[in-house]
Design a protein around this ligand. Structure first.
Ligand code: GRG
Length: 293
């Protein structure tokens, strides 16, 4: 797939996600700035990789009108946004910048930021339950997948490993990244499969692809924290070191990380073998391996 075609499809998905998210939490309620703070982080220029993946997998899985999967795709983005708001809090990573802008608590205060994250997480399940064009089985599968990926043995467990002293050999670091990053990216593929009632071939291939993509994505993130450009990356460079975190760069070195990202990306693409029409996913993996933000 050439650059133009890839970018056009990515933009079509991204714009549909932005439009859907932009319609949320607009009511005029007397709870202070809760809705405003939720929208602040939700609409602050994320790459939307996870919802784009859900929509493309839904299309591949046979959902001819992929827009029907938007509530699932956006539910995942709500949970992702909650995790970023909480991750930036003073009791966690204590970051002042996210996507080049002041973090949620820097603008709205810690209490409101915590509550905005809580509300986004709860509302995500509401989006799934109320998805008009999808059936009960798809919704139950989506709820199970999202709660598993983000819950006590998933993303939150990854965050516990990240913020407490569990040691950082390669095994522990891989488990940490698996839970903190890969589970949510794999969940993106699972939600696309749930929305489209995809065949087992499509489910297996896209979910293996997404897990490998997730690990490559995290290693690239670790690399960017060392060799990235602050303005493009949207947060300070060197924050992992400052926080005393051992990352893949410490274990593998810069060149070793680059090689590992290449290897995992090639494996992710290989996992799609046997499924038709995967050019967009192949291109997505290659582009993410070279991302600078
Ligand atoms: C607070 C329970 C809890 C979990 C936080 C997501 C997370 C766990 C921490 C954020 C820090 C981090 C490096 C996470 C790894 C996953 C990752 C690279 C997230 C950033 O995702 P992008 O690059 O973000 O897709 P955008 O800004 O594009 O949405």
């Amino acid at each position: 797939m050439d650059d133009k075609l890839f970018e056009k499809r990515y933009e079509t998905y991204r714009e549909a996600v932005e439009a859907y998210l932009n319609r949320l939490f607009l009511g005029d309620y007397p709870w202070g700035k809760l809705h405003e703070s939720m929208r602040y982080s939700l609409l602050s220029g994320g790459k939307r990789v996870r919802p784009v993946l859900t929509l493309e997998v839904a299309r591949l899985g046979g959902l001819r009108n992929w827009r029907r999967a938007l509530p699932f795709a956006c539910a995942l983005e709500l949970v992702h946004t909650y995790s970023l708001i909480h991750d930036d809090l003073p009791c966690m990573d204590d970051d002042a910048l996210r996507r080049g802008k002041p973090t949620n608590h820097a603008v709205y205060g810690e209490t409101m930021a915590t509550l905005a994250g809580d509300a986004l997480q709860a509302e995500a399940y509401g989006l799934i339950a109320n998805a008009l064009k999808l059936g009960t089985r798809a919704k139950v599968n989506a709820v199970a997948s999202l709660s598993w990926a983000s819950g006590a043995n998933g993303m939150v467990a990854g965050q516990v490993l990240d913020l407490t002293d569990f040691g950082r050999d390669r095994w522990t670091l891989t488990m940490l990244c698996d839970k903190k990053t890969c589970f949510m990216i794999k969940c993106a593929a699972e939600l696309g499969c749930a929305a489209s009632n995809a065949s087992s071939e499509v489910c297996n291939a896209t979910q293996t692809y997404a897990s490998l993509l997730g690990l490559a994505f995290q290693i690239q993130d670790d690399l960017l924290d060392v060799i990235g450009d602050e303005e493009t990356f949207g947060k300070p460079i060197g924050s992992d070191k400052e926080e005393g975190k051992t990352t893949f760069v410490d274990l593998l070195g810069v060149d070793g990380c680059r090689e590992e990202v290449r290897r995992l990306t090639a494996e992710a693409v290989e996992a799609l073998h046997g499924v038709e029409d995967t050019a967009f996913l192949e291109r997505l993996a290659l582009n993410l391996a070279e991302r600078t933000k």
